[in-house]
Design a protein around this ligand. Sequence first.
Ligand SMILES: *[C@@H]1O[C@H](CO)[C@@H](O)[C@H](O)[C@H]1NC(C)=O
Ligand SMILES: *[C@@H]1O[C@H](CO)[C@@H](O)[C@H](O)[C@H]1NC(C)=O
Ligand SMILES: *[C@@H]1O[C@H](CO)[C@@H](O)[C@H](O)[C@H]1NC(C)=O
Ligand SMILES: *[C@@H]1O[C@H](CO)[C@@H](O)[C@H](O)[C@H]1NC(C)=O
Length: 151
Amino acid sequence: MQRSFILLLFLGLVRATLQNYTVDDASPDIVYDQPTFQCNTTICPDGSPEGLFNKSTTLTFGSITFSFTGTAFYGFLDLVGACSFNVDGNQRPTLNNMTPSDAEQETLIVSKSDMANGPHTLVVAPITNGTIIGFDHLIYTYVKVRARAIC
Ligand SMILES: *[C@@H]1O[C@H](CO)[C@@H](O)[C@H](O)[C@H]1NC(C)=O
Ligand SMILES: *[C@@H]1O[C@H](CO)[C@@H](O)[C@H](O)[C@H]1NC(C)=O
Ligand SMILES: *[C@@H]1O[C@H](CO)[C@@H](O)[C@H](O)[C@H]1NC(C)=O
Ligand SMILES: *[C@@H]1O[C@H](CO)[C@@H](O)[C@H](O)[C@H]1NC(C)=O
């Protein structure tokens, strides 16, 4: 953080609060590197989860990249196969969900919190042939700064 900002915080002239923002699978901020198929609660294949955020999920064989400025993220997806999971260039534990029946049972949550406030990039990429990712939505936490009335 910039020194002047810290000074303003110290003086009590600005207030910082944490806010969550939800990004849907169809958002232009989500970058897919392969063709995608967006399905919804009426046309998703059998075994897809109920209760999709905004009624849709995006299926892809390729990677998903998302950049944001903030302190945490929580991604909600389904997976058949295995994926690497990378945050700011650092490898995180591999994501596995090897059978379609596993995928039916649970939505995977990929997350990282308590990060330094700033720009971050996460990449989820298939590491086995035939992996399918069903990306539902993502929540990220950002710092909202508000000026305080002085008088
Ligand atoms: C943001 O959402 C996550 C996941 O639902 C939750 O754990 C976290 O407490 C929320 N943070 C804020 C600031 O609302
Ligand atoms: C839900 O999906 C519609 C159609 O894709 C889109 O216009 C809308 O912005 C989405 N809502 C949210 C909260 O992302
Ligand atoms: C799902 O998508 C199909 C084809 O685009 C559309 O006809 C249908 O109304 C959609 N259903 C919902 C619940 O959005
Ligand atoms: C599996 O992936 C490798 C590397 O991308 C590729 O060379 C190979 O043809 C693929 N095999 C099948 C059966 O798709």
